[in-house]
Design a protein around this ligand. Structure first.
Ligand SMILES: Cc1ncc(COP(=O)(O)O)c(C=O)c1O
Length: 351
């Protein structure tokens, strides 16, 4: 299992167990990638002795075409984590304020501590919070704001209108990082991943990843998108050759709108299977718009028992204790076959 080394400065990852396990601990796409992309990955193995492109230029061009956006405003990272790190590196100095919500992606806190920033933490105790309330904690000195939309681990989302109003209300010197790691799972027309807001606002950076719906978490590719002024600053701190040749080739070839849509629909249908079939009075299920659900238990003890029970049955789920939510378990939506088994197992959980 992943381990905590230092509560504040390192990240507790999902379970490392995967051989023979149903892995529902890291919000991966367990449906896997198309055979064509697997073939490209193995074909590229023979070029392993050759450095990749300096800045993953071919992939940038493909992302630009796919999203109808400008190449020069894109930067590629080894996972969107690396883009987040570049953002801290480029735009903060020790003592700067950064802001995020309490129950949001753990790396915001980890990087804030590593870069010696001061964190302003909004307590989204009801899980679904309004940006209007978030704003009350904000002050114009804040350097960076992080908003994951949808949020991990609570699954909360903001719709376009609320987001735009919020951006307009903050100081132009504050950079808003819109983390859209799970955006492709949303098919709601009132939602935006923020890509098309970048033209309008010079103080936003959108981050996206190939680790979630695109199924390439093991290869580490993500990207950031912002206006010239910000993106150039990120390039100043980017390492050369930061994404491997194999990872770039896989990401290049996975971009296919029909396939992505199919994955999103599959997620919705498998998620509704969980919601309708998991009927254990010990477990409250909280739905999200992303590729995971939350399981709420009556106590930390019960949550730990459920975690252990799942492991005993060769299923990994994610305890949210390290997120400050000890009664909660986050569970990714697996394949149809996996969730059938998972529902059967969890319905037999007794406390
Ligand atoms: C909200 C959010 N942002 C970013 C990431 C980082 O993803 P990656 O570094 O794999 O692109 C994750 C991963 O779980 C996430 O949940």
């Amino acid at each position: 299992m992943g381990k905590i080394m230092n509560k504040n400065n390192t990240y507790q990852g999902g379970a490392e167990n995967f051989k023979g396990f149903i892995r529902l601990s890291s919000n991966e796409n367990n449906n896997g990638i198309p055979a064509k992309v697997k073939k490209i990955i193995s074909q590229n193995a023979k070029f392993s002795h050759i450095y990749p492109e300096l800045n993953s230029q071919s992939l940038i061009k493909k992302i630009a075409d796919y999203n109808k956006i400008k190449e020069q405003n894109i930067i590629i990272g080894a996972g969107s984590d690396e883009v987040l790190q570049m953002i801290f590196n480029a735009f903060t100095k020790p003592g700067d304020y950064v802001m995020y919500s309490k129950y949001s992606f753990a790396m915001y806190r980890v990087f804030a501590n590593n870069f010696k920033c001061k964190s302003l933490v909004f307590n989204d105790k009801n899980f679904k919070f309004k940006l209007e309330d978030f704003k009350k904690k904000y002050n114009s000195k804040v350097k960076l704001i992080f908003l994951a939309n949808p949020n991990n681990p609570t699954g909360s989302i903001f719709l376009k209108k609320e987001l735009v109003n919020f951006i307009k209300s903050i100081n132009e010197k504050t950079i808003l990082v819109l983390d859209s790691a799970y955006s492709e799972y949303l098919l709601n027309a009132d939602y935006t991943d923020g890509i098309h807001l970048v033209n309008k606002f010079k103080n936003i950076i959108v981050t996206k990843t190939f680790s979630k719906i695109f199924g390439l978490g093991g290869l580490r590719v993500g990207w950031g998108y912002a206006q010239n002024q910000l993106i150039q600053k990120l390039y100043q701190v980017k390492k050369p050759f930061n994404v491997s040749r194999i990872a770039s080739a896989a990401a290049y070839n996975i971009l296919n709108k029909n396939w992505v849509k199919k994955q999103a629909l599959l997620n919705i249908s498998n998620k509704s299977y969980i919601l309708s079939r998991l009927n254990n009075y010990n477990i409250e299920i909280i739905d999200t718009d992303a590729n995971f659900v939350l399981l709420k238990l009556g106590s930390e003890k019960k949550s730990k028992m459920l975690n252990n029970f799942a492991i005993k049955n060769k299923i990994t789920v994610r305890s949210l204790k390290s997120y400050g939510l000890p009664n909660f378990i986050r569970m990714s939506v697996g394949t149809k076959k996996e969730i059938k088994r998972v529902v059967e197992v969890l319905n037999n959980f007794n406390v």
